[in-house]
Design a protein around this ligand. Structure first.
Ligand code: ADP
Length: 517
């Protein structure tokens, strides 16, 4: 834990970024992460804090400064098998735990997350780069899944049917946990993607082996600390960490194991497809939450100010790095100029900086590859006739991973951004004339996660939201995710749903018992 943080009033900055921003020499105290009791350098298997078998570790760094935040075990196949074995041994006992007790333990996790929310938010901001206010929001959002599924655990039910012919016979239909679930999670929501999956899995009576993203393992391990404090039985919740160089080995082990009966993955479409095929060897249950390319459609009748607010939050939240982030903004011709000029004013107000600085509205991107991709999308659109209204370039003065908030307009429909997710702070606006034309453009992609429609015409709202081939549609609303609603996509955006009354079904098998008396 070598990163030095500078505290200024209630704010803290890494030394490197503070000096960069202020140009001042500063006296340093010790790193705040080194005083954060949820930070660890070990993985969590079978209720124990362990190193990799070969003792190798990898470094976790702050994308805002490049500072080292810590080192965690670089695990391989043998460590993964140990975690699967522990989860298998623990699963039956967990499934047999009386519902009220199981639900009570999950509620205890929820309470402990609340009590440690500031520590969790700090870890998340430092390892993912997300602005601190958003990390605080993610702790609340992520924790809503533990609360929700603690309640849902008590509502798992079956059916009894009369036999169609035999008077005394019955058909009994029960729901049973699938068994051990492997959860592979991304870096953009380091906490919520764990709680959304693990909350449902644990409530259903499954045990879990979590493989967090190599960029954000500290948040996952911090969650394991909380689970340990909540006294969940050993082996029910395991976290295996590994670097990108071991990921194939660890991923293969999880996907090909006969003892793992379910994989839930959130990440890129390419990796999701690869894991889907690996899981076929053992015919595993699978949930995939993959990429999107969200259309944001603004009709002439829309409340423009509300549409601007929605576009800003759905485009720039988490510096544009969410799978439901708006990627293509379509604006009808009559209001096009007004919309672009108001959006331009709003984008100019955004402030780029380290996430730990509470005045930053945009943090760094996760790495320099992400910066290069955003620049490629800008350059491609410009080469096809689009105009840069705001930003358009990396913010190298802040560090190699920052990109200026960007607005490009008059983006033609053959631009790269219309086929590929930017995953960065670039808003791309395209003009349209008719409803039919915009529905066709919106649906022209292979993915279908989230879409947004702004209109005040009720019939149009029904027509368009039903015609959009997306799993989730926000109508006059830019923030749509909630623990009450089913999260998931159509087409190549994935399989299965998370959260809501449906999320737990992904971790339950239906069994039919024919009772003949
Ligand atoms: P990104 O490119 O945004 O990092 P990925 O899909 O590569 O998205 O990563 C999402 C998660 O999938 C991370 O936890 C990552 O380590 C994991 N992952 C990447 N490649 C593989 C693989 N071949 N097998 C298993 N997990 C993988």
């Amino acid at each position: 834990m070598r990163c030095l943080l500078v505290r200024v009033g209630s704010k803290s900055y890494s030394l490197a970024s503070y000096s960069k921003i202020t140009g001042q020499m500063v006296r340093t105290s010790s790193s705040s992460l080194s005083n954060n009791p949820l930070v660890t350098d070990k993985a969590f298997i079978d209720g124990k804090w362990v190193e990799a078998r070969n003792k190798v570790t990898f470094e976790v760094s702050d994308p805002a400064t490049g500072d080292c935040l810590g080192n965690v075990p670089d695990m391989s196949a043998s460590d993964t098998l140990k975690a699967i074995d522990a989860a298998k041994k623990a699963q039956r006992g967990w499934a047999a735990t009386p519902l009220k007790e199981r639900s009570g333990m999950l509620m205890r996790v929820k309470q402990l997350v609340d009590e440690h929310s500031e520590m969790l938010a700090e870890i998340m901001t430092l390892e993912s780069g997300k602005p601190i206010a958003e990390s605080r929001g993610e702790v609340k959002y992520g924790n809503s899944f533990f609360e929700w599924f603690a309640e849902e655990a008590k509502r798992i039910r079956g059916d009894i049917l009369l036999h169609p012919i035999k008077r005394d016979s019955r058909y009994l239909i029960v729901r049973q946990p699938v068994g051990v679930a492997a959860l592979i999670t991304p870096w953009n929501f380091p906490l919520a993607m764990i709680t959304r999956k693990a909350g449902a899995a644990l409530a259903a009576g499954c045990s879990v082996v979590i493989k967090p993203a190599e960029d954000t393992p500290l948040t996952a391990l911090a969650m394991a600390k909380i689970v340990e404090k909540a006294k969940l039985p050993s082996g029910v919740f395991n976290v295996v960490t590994c670097s990108r160089s071991n990921i194939e080995e660890v991923g293969d082990t999880l996907c090909k194991s006969k003892d793992v009966r379910k994989l839930s993955f959130t990440g890129s479409t390419a990796v999701g497809k690869h894991l889907y095929s690996l899981c076929s060897s053992t015919v595993k249950r699978i949930s995939l939450e993959l990429g999107g390319n969200a259309p944001f459609i603004v009709f002439n009748s829309a409340d423009v100010d509300n549409a601007i607010a929605g576009a800003m939050s759905s485009k720039f939240r988490n510096t544009g790095q969410t799978c439901v982030s708006t990627n293509r903004i379509f604006v009808q011709s009559t209001i096009y100029d007004t919309f672009c000029s108001k959006l331009s004013e709003a984008v100019k107000k955004l402030k780029c900086g380290p996430g730990i600085d509470p005045t930053s509205s945009l943090g760094p991107l996760i790495n320099n590859r992400a910066v290069i991709k955003v620049k490629e999308h800008v350059d491609d659109a410009v080469s096809r006739g689009a105009s840069v209204k705001v930003g358009g370039a990396p913010a190298t003065e802040l560090g190699p991973n920052f990109f200026h908030p960007t607005l490009i307009t008059d983006v033609p429909k053959d631009a790269l951004v219309h086929r590929d997710e930017t995953f960065g702070p670039m808003a791309a606006v395209t003009k349209f004339e008719t409803e039919e034309e915009v529905i066709e453009m919106a649906n022209s992609v292979d993915v279908g996660l989230a879409g947004y429609v702004y209109s005040s015409n009720a019939a149009q709202i029904f027509r368009v939201s039903e015609a959009l081939q997306f799993g989730m549609v926000g109508v006059n609303e830019g923030i749509i995710s909630s623990e009450l609603a089913p999260f998931g996509g159509l087409k190549e955006s994935g399989i299965g749903r998370e959260g809501s009354i449906y999320g737990i079904e992904d971790y339950l098998d239906l069994k039919y018992i024919n009772l003949n008396f």
